[in-house]
Ligand binder design. Structure first.
Ligand code: NAD
Length: 362
């Protein structure tokens, strides 16, 4: 066995149907009394309902969270924190709302509670991406990790099937890269394989019937595991590509992950055979695939997700720029980053070709 280092992230997780009912006791246990509830504008009503559940522990509601955590929005939220004397935040939502809670915490050290409603997994990571003057930067800091996460699958029932599918593929991407991370370790690999297994079986069922409560439960469980993987070990080519594509062309986050993942996996396959075997096991026989990359592509197709960057808003003349940016300051990757091969990968993903179609072998 290879030697390894494992560092667990200190957060408390409460998971289950009606886990929301434990929020008042959990808030008291955390020792906070004036909680500012955060949400996106469309999730204001849900956040308001949850504020009602915690009674006078709710100090206020700020429903202004948006994608990419712009610093201007964080400043508005900080003003509300001061006005209402909040001593904690409670983010109700996906990665955008969680990002706002993190941005507040890194500036104030206020404890964070998160009630996730997507599968993005941000609630499990000490990572914050924010934008200022159109530039997105990412930082890692222990203060960014939320203290308490309450997963109640009931809150995901309203997540539309298309967003459930891509959000779930986004989660799978964290686990796939964790399996071949340079700092991988046996615990995170177990969690990653199990996370992929749970999501790969749940997503097609959710798309068929968004009210399938067993599938909703399994997907959220998988999302938790994949989020831990993202927070604990380093990510590689796939996350770098999505960061570049999302940042440069303002592409939608979860859809970009969904399209790129099979291509990144095909690129790395020969350099990470143990990870590929784990992904194939986790996907099971359902997709009838002959490789991890093909299985992930078939899963995306099975859930009706986009499979081409050209279909989610990337311009054709962006391929060269993306290849330059993705190879300029690459993350560590199991296969060396080669400009011609990365350009071919991006072109394959743009066209929606089979993963690895025109990428030269390592
Ligand atoms: P999101 O939070 O932007 O949500 C997408 C939309 O879905 C929003 O309009 C939201 O209000 C709505 N929505 C969320 N849950 C819903 C539900 N249950 N029912 C109905 N509507 C619902 O999307 P996301 O994919 O969760 O997060 C993406 C953002 O999170 C990106 O900015 C990404 O960079 C960030 N992210 C960060 C990390 C990290 O570790 N820092 C990890 C993953 C994602």
């Amino acid at each position: 066995m290879d030697s390894f280092t494992y560092e667990g992230l200190p957060s408390r997780v409460v998971f289950g149907w009606d886990a929301l009912a434990s929020l008042p006791a959990e808030i008291d246990r955390l020792g906070v009394r004036r909680v500012l509830v955060l949400a996106t504008p469309p999730q204001r009503a849900e956040a308001d309902r949850i504020a009602g559940l915690i009674g006078d522990r709710a100090a206020g509601l700020f429903a202004g969270a948006v994608m990419h955590t712009p610093v201007e929005v964080t400043e508005q939220a900080l003003a509300v924190v001061r006005e209402c004397g909040a001593d904690a935040t409670l983010a109700v939502g996906g990665g955008s709302t969680t990002g706002l809670g993190k941005a507040v915490a890194v500036r104030t050290d206020l404890p964070q509670i998160v009630v996730p409603t997507t599968y993005a997994g941000s609630e499990m990571t000490p990572i914050l991406g924010e934008t200022e003057n159109g530039v997105k930067t990412t930082r890692r800091d222990p203060r960014i990790l939320p203290e308490l996460v309450v997963y109640d699958p009931a809150l995901t029932l309203s997540l539309p099937p298309a967003l459930s599918a891509t959000s779930g593929m986004n989660a799978i991407a964290h686990a796939v890269e964790a399996l071949y991370a340079r700092d991988r370790n046996p615990i995170v690999s177990l969690m990653s394989e199990e996370g992929i297994r749970a999501l790969a079986s749940a997503l097609p069922a959710i798309v068929r019937d968004p009210a399938d409560w067993k599938a909703r439960e399994r997907a959220l469980y998988g999302a938790w595991l994949c989020g831990v993987a993202l927070g604990t070990v380093g990510m590689a080519l796939h996350h770098k590509l999505c960061h570049v594509l999302g940042g440069s062309f303002d592409l939608p986050h979860a859809e970009t992950h969904t399209v790129v993942l099979p291509h990144a996996v095909a690129y790395n396959a020969a350099a990470a055979p143990a990870a590929m075997a784990a992904v194939e096991r986790a996907l099971g026989g359902r997709q009838g695939h002959r490789s991890a990359a093909e299985g992930l592509r078939r899963l995306a197709e099975a859930v009706g997700a986009p499979v081409a960057l050209k279909d989610i808003g990337m311009p054709a003349d962006g391929i060269d720029r993306a290849a330059d940016l993705a190879t300029a300051n690459p993350y560590w990757n199991p296969r060396p980053i080669e400009h011609a091969a990365i350009r071919a990968l991006i072109e394959d993903a743009w066209e929606g070709r089979s993963p690895g179609a025109t990428v030269p072998r390592a």
